[in-house]
Design a protein around this ligand. Structure first.
Ligand code: GLY
Ligand code: MN
Ligand code: MN
Length: 461
């Protein structure tokens, strides 16, 4: 946990955004996976973590602006709990660690909220995403669960987004530590990527590194020789010479700050000319996009720059044709790069995504596109100092998508379909880093993870 003042200060800042009312922050509960007592590893809600710091289940935080009081609701353990879990600090003592004086058993929140509702006070809450929280909130607020989303407080969401998007130096330090653990995960995967190895062996090994050095993986490991499937969680293939292995994996520490890194490597450790050709296209897009990061630049422009670089590179390889800028403007690159360039990363690996992608990533100036490819860009608005973004361009050969486009002769003035056919067995390549927006540009977080062709070939020896 950070020092007490950090949480006091964060709550002070969020209070400044409201003239009155109640801000309600449900913590997460334990979630069973096959019977009640067998639960998933506990993961605290990120907003609760940010403002109230405590990493235990069944807590709720309240900032009562009208009464000028802050509360943590939760139950002290009883003797049975102590026998099974050991001695636990009281809720009062835990709350003191984050500067909250008022505590009460969890059931008392029902009375507080019921009285507030009777008086017609505004109760602000952010979008819930877990079934348990949805049911709990629905009972507490007397709102049918299907209507909860309609009653989410846009003001609270906007205020949370404004605070959490701008990373404090201490948060960046935590994220850099997690990139350093990702360094170990990725370089280990590189060394293991030999013909005959099953993906599962590598995925399990690197998840173990995350658990042993951090808190957990920040999302389920994506690792596959079928990298053309963007989020491939199937780890049953045996590595064979000639395939590229995509590893998209990161970790989070006990404070829940995440890293999100992708590297793509040739099975066996040596790029063949075809692999190297596509790899350099993606690497160039990654590097040019990182160079373009600066406060005031719309992230959508950097996405389009990466798209143009990909079109340029694929044109040089004879896979695309025509003017690369026009090709990118018309979306021809989306056959190969159908996703967005990146997203914020922080306490959540897709930071704040649960608050609503459009509120986080778009505004009056930059409206979300509905076009294939660009519509998948989770974040388009102008960058600001202290944001942390991923930059993760990719080139994929998705046979099903190629077949459809080819049949429609879609954007045929920019695509050399005959040549594309010869890449249908290629797979995909993605290269992802985590970038801090500084006053003057972008800084790649953490220890540099092998990325150029010579660096990767060396790391794989
Ligand atoms: N880790 C999933 C992503 O890169 O967005
Ligand atoms: Mn990723
Ligand atoms: Mn990512």
């Amino acid at each position: 946990m950070f020092a007490t003042d950090v949480y006091v200060e964060r709550r002070k800042k969020i209070r400044e955004g409201f003239p009155g009312g109640i801000l309600l922050f449900p913590g997460n509960q334990e979630v069973p996976f096959n019977y009640p007592a067998n639960t998933y590893a506990f993961r605290q809600d990120s907003n609760f973590s940010y403002f109230f710091g405590l990493d235990h289940p069944n807590l709720a935080g309240i900032i009562d602006l009208d009464e000028n009081k802050e509360w943590i609701f939760g139950n002290d353990v009883d003797l049975d709990d102590i026998i099974w879990m050991g001695k636990q600090p009281s809720i009062k003592d835990q709350a003191a660690l984050v500067g909250v004086i008022n505590t009460a058993p969890l059931k008392d929140i029902v009375t507080l909220i019921a009285e507030a509702r009777k008086k017609g006070r505004v109760i602000h809450f952010a979008p819930p995403y877990r079934g348990e929280t949805i049911l709990w909130l629905s009972d507490l607020l007397g709102i049918p669960h299907a209507d909860l989303r309609k009653n989410v407080s846009t003001e609270l969401v906007k205020n949370i987004v404004n605070l959490r998007m701008k990373k404090e130096a201490r948060e960046i330090a935590e994220m850099e530590k997690m990139v350093d653990v990702a360094y170990l995960m990725h370089t280990t995967a590189m060394r293991m990527a030999k013909p005959g190895v099953v993906e599962q062996e590598i995925a399990g090994t690197i998840e173990g590194i995350a658990i042993s050095r951090g808190g957990a993986v920040s999302f389920p490991v994506i690792l596959s020789i079928n990298g053309q499937t963007l989020h491939n969680h199937h780890h049953g293939n045996t590595l064979t010479e000639g395939r590229m292995m995509v590893v998209d994996a990161g970790c989070e520490n006990n404070l829940h700050y995440a890293s999100d890194i992708t590297r793509t490597v040739p099975v066996g450790g040596k790029f063949n000319p075809r692999q190297r050709g596509i790899y350099e296209v993606v690497l160039n897009a990654n590097l040019k996009a990182i160079q373009a990061v600066k406060p005031g630049v719309p992230f959508r422009d950097i996405h389009l720059l990466a798209a143009t670089e990909i079109a340029r590179g694929l044109t040089a390889l004879g896979i695309m044709k025509g003017d690369p800028e026009e090709a990118a403007r018309k979306g021809a690159h989306t056959l190969f790069f159908p996703h967005g360039l990146g997203h914020p990363v922080g306490l959540d690996v897709h930071d704040l995504e649960g608050m609503g992608e459009n509120i986080v990533g778009y505004d009056e100036e930059v409206i979300r596109s509905k076009e294939f490819g660009l519509a998948f860009l989770r974040f388009g608005r102008k960058l600001q100092e202290h944001f942390v973004m991923t930059i993760e361009p990719g080139v994929y050969f998705i046979p099903e998508l190629i077949d459809i486009w080819k049949k429609e002769n879609k954007l045929a003035e920019f695509i050399n379909y005959d040549r594309v056919e010869t890449y249908k067995d290629f797979g995909g390549i993605r290269i992802e880093d985590n970038i801090l927006v500084t006053a003057v540009g972008g800084r790649v977080l953490g220890k540099p993870i092998p990325k150029t062709v010579p660096e990767i070939e060396e790391a794989m020896q």
